[in-house]
Ligand binder design. Structure first.
Ligand code: TZP
Ligand code: MG
Length: 206
């Protein structure tokens, strides 16, 4: 059976804000987020492991799914639900060997060919974007618009997650274009009250 994702995919990346990842994760969970990804591009493996361990525990207590960006080894070590891979990370097959058959594996894609490749490789869900312009990802490609979401929706069966510049205001349009879930970094990390922003987004998605 295909995976059913919560409508909001909250990514824990404090960017340049003063919040710690743990603080941000706690606030997102308190606001009702039930799908979290830890994305710490600059952390050492040792720090990432410790942070992931604490957030995995909090996510488990809240009944939320928890994935780790980039690192199947860390995901497995903290018993996370899965991993999110970019185009330059381990293959889906290799991540599956690390995580086992029950591990959730998501893959970032930026065009239809990458999305078809990820689906063929057996990804459990496919990230699609950037939908809108973003400053949260280094060397992010140009915005793809809702067109790519529609094209990927028409071409693959697995769940798809829109990402890139999404706000509570634009989230409904991304879902209407065919995304099962919307992923957000900056709109949550930079919010004065991330819990309230999660609540607002979930409410906007009905
Ligand atoms: N992949 C495509 S766009 C993006 C990633 C990781 C960044 C999304 O961050 P934001 O702040 O929600 O635009
Ligand atoms: Mg990556």
């Amino acid at each position: 059976m295909s995976l059913r994702l919560p409508a909001l995919y909250a990514i824990v990346d404090p960017l340049d804000t003063a919040r710690s990842p743990e603080e941000l994760a706690t606030a997102l969970l308190a606001g009702g987020a039930r799908l979290l990804q830890l994305r710490l591009k600059q952390a050492t493996s040792r720090d990432l492991l410790a942070t992931a361990e604490r957030i995995a525990r909090a996510a488990r207590a809240a009944g939320a799914l928890f994935l780790v960006n980039d690192r199947p080894d860390i995901a497995r070590a903290v018993r996370a639900d899965g991993v999110h891979l970019g185009q330059d990370d381990l293959s889906v097959a290799a991540a599956r060997r690390v995580l086992g058959s029950k591990g959730l594996i998501g893959v970032s894609t930026h065009d239809l060919a990458e999305a078809l490749g990820a689906a063929d490789a057996g990804a459990d869900y496919i990230g699609v974007g950037p939908v809108y312009a973003t400053t949260s990802k280094a060397h992010a490609p140009a915005a793809r618009g809702l067109e790519l979401v529609r094209a990927v929706r028409a071409a693959v069966r697995c769940p798809i997650v829109g990402i890139g510049g999404i706000t509570p205001e634009t989230a409904p349009a991304v879902r209407a274009a065919g995304a099962d879930a919307v992923a957000m970094i900056g709109a949550l990390a930079r919010a004065a009250d991330p819990s309230a922003e999660v609540r607002r987004t979930i409410a906007s998605l009905g």
